[in-house]
Design a protein around this ligand. Structure first.
Ligand code: NAD
Length: 257
């Protein structure tokens, strides 16, 4: 199905072939979208350029989301190169490794600030940057990636749990602001998957075991299942949906014990 034929999208957060952003980008390209992939730094850029070569007509641009100058440069790049965008995928999270172990109580002020700046404020800043580019297309869809640690305690997820709660609240506020521009904002709450970001979380192996034991579907999702749900939220099929957090987690979120 060419659900995104004729559309252009920005995907932020490809680090390597395991990245959820990469799975989503591949699904979007297969659905007919033209893509711009942004990467954090030159080191990761090498991977991203290699991966982008497999997708037709794909542009790349460096952008560290903690830098206002980089965000502004990305906005100018998009305006110059593609004129407008129809969708934006925000697949970015970061916290200091030491904040992802031990007690949440020990979270440092700087660790808390950095995790929220990079993992949450970046969505607000990118949505602001994207607004005129989406207005040029009479609307758009913005998607971010969350995790159930926003609402439940997963030992070791710590400050990232607080950041994901803030991210999900930001989705609702952004959806309210941008609705009149016909811009939708949603989140996918994915079950645990082995990626670079997840490797920083102690207890990932136990989490994967728990999902196998308790999720109604008996597993954490496959990355392609996350990508297909992303395609739905980015495409006109979900045109009546905004401010939503959709779980793609084998149903784990509904379990009590
Ligand atoms: P990943 O490591 O492949 O992706 C994280 C991305 O964030 C990387 O591309 C990294 O370069 C980028 N990033 C970090 N700091 C940045 C900065 N300052 N500027 C620009 N980019 C920056 O891992 P992933 O698992 O694909 O993570 C993507 C999203 O999915 C994250 O929001 C993560 O919390 C979420 N998620 C992951 C899982 C999982 O188990 N892997 C589950 C649910 C949600």
């Amino acid at each position: 199905m060419r659900l995104l034929e004729g559309s252009t999208g920005l995907v932020v957060g490809v680090a390597n072939h395991r990245s959820l952003a990469w799975h989503i980008a591949s699904a979007c390209a297969a659905a007919g979208a033209r893509l711009v992939l942004s990467y954090q730094n030159e080191r990761l850029g090498e991977n991203v350029l290699r991966l982008a070569a497999d997708l037709p007509d794909t542009l790349t641009c460096r952008c560290d989301v903690s830098s206002d100058a980089d965000l502004s440069e990305l906005g100018s790049f998009l305006e110059r190169q593609v004129g407008g965008i129809d969708f934006l995928v925000h697949s970015v999270a970061w916290a200091r490794r030491e904040e992802l172990q031990g007690e949440f109580l020990a979270t440092s002020r700087e660790g808390f600030r950095e995790a929220h700046d990079i993992s949450v404020y970046s969505l607000v800043a990118l949505a602001r940057m994207a607004r005129p580019l989406m207005q040029a297309r009479r609307g758009g869809s913005i998607l971010t990636l969350s995790f159930l640690g926003s609402r439940r305690v997963f030992p070791g997820y710590n400050v990232m749990g607080a950041a994901k709660a803030s991210l999900e609240a930001s989705v609702r506020y952004l959806a309210s602001d941008l609705g009149p521009d016909n811009i939708r904002v949603n989140a996918l709450s994915a079950g645990p998957l082995r990626t670079l970001a997840a490797s920083g979380i102690r207890g990932l192996v136990r989490m994967l075991e728990l999902y196998r034991e308790r999720a109604p579907l008996g597993r954490s999702p496959d990355p392609s299942e996350v990508a297909d749900a992303a395609l739905f939220l980015l495409s006109p099929l979900s045109r009546g949906i905004t401010g939503e957090v959709l779980h793609v987690d084998g149903g784990y979120h509904l379990t009590g014990v």
